[in-house]
Structure formats: structure tokens, C-alpha cells
Design a protein around this ligand. Structure first.
Ligand code: ZN
Length: 154
């Protein structure tokens, strides 16, 4: 009888120890999983913010007379030239190159817009006052919709 009791007790002890060890392993696995998840989240956030810093995440918005004409994505591999006619018969030639945008030619009297050169920063917009044209670089927002392109000739 005594031996049976001792055996039972030691069996219970082993079982209890195993459960304890399993719990420890489970906790450790959980902690490692949490760390991995946090690392993945941090990496994802970093990747997203670095994309927004680069030219690829930027969009140039072209406004004429206070109205949005068009949004053009500014990627490093995007190279294009647009001519925008103004309501008074004038025109501005806009170039996109190397993630930058600028007015390379215009028939406005002051040509200040051409002198502003190529920009890639959201801080300073390019404007052509005589033609009421403004080019503003903005951080990309995929929820925004492109306006119709009828006022723009390529
Ligand atoms: Zn101008």
C-alpha cells in the first residue's frame, strides 16, 4: 500500500514538473513571437516612412486658377513633359525628371516660374502668377482621386 502511494505521489510530481516546464516553454515561445511581431511591425513602419521620404512616394499637384488640374506621381523613373494652356492663351511647359518637377518654358512676361527651377520638396510650390498656375508637391495619398485631364495637353 505504501509503495503504491509513493509511486502515485512521484508520478504526480513528475506530471506537475512537466506541466511547469511546458508552461515555461509556452511563455518563452509567446515572448519570442511577440518580439518577432514587434520587429516585423517596426520594419513595416520604417519601410513605409522611407517610401514616403523618397521621390517615389510623392505626387505633384498642378493647380490652374485655383482648381486642381492633375496629380502626377513623381518616381525616379518617371520622365515626362506637359504643356499647360492658360485661359489667356499662354502656356507653360512642365517637365518631370529624376523625381523632380519644374517649369522649363513659359510665355509669361516675367518667367519667374522658369527661374524657380526643378523642385522635389513639399515646402515650396512653383507658381506662375500671370498664368495662375501652381505646382505643389505633396506626400502621396492613395485615397485621392485623379481629376479629369481635359484641360491638359501632352
Ligand atoms: Zn511664369
Amino acid at each position: 500500500m505504501d509503495t503504491v502511494t509513493t509511486q502515485t505521489i512521484s508520478f504526480i510530481n513528475i506530471k506537475a514538473m512537466r506541466t511547469l516546464r511546458d508552461k515555461k516553454t509556452f511563455c518563452l515561445t509567446l515572448i519570442i513571437l511577440c518580439i518577432l511581431l514587434l520587429a516585423a511591425a517596426a520594419l513595416w513602419i520604417q519601410l513605409r516612412s522611407s517610401q514616403q521620404d523618397g521621390a517615389a512616394g510623392k505626387t505633384a499637384a498642378i493647380y490652374q486658377d485655383g482648381k486642381l488640374l492633375r496629380r502626377i506621381p513623381l518616381g525616379d523613373d518617371v520622365e515626362d513633359t506637359y504643356t499647360i494652356e492658360s485661359s489667356d492663351g499662354g502656356s507653360n511647359t512642365i517637365q518631370i525628371k529624376d523625381g523632380k518637377i519644374g517649369i522649363i518654358d513659359a510665355d509669361c512676361p516675367d518667367r519667374l516660374c522658369v527661374e524657380m527651377g526643378m523642385i522635389s520638396s513639399t515646402a515650396y510650390p512653383i507658381s506662375c502668377l500671370p498664368h495662375k498656375l501652381v505646382i505643389q508637391i505633396e506626400a502621396k495619398d492613395e485615397n485621392k482621386e485623379d481629376p479629369p485631364v481635359d484641360a491638359l495637353t501632352q
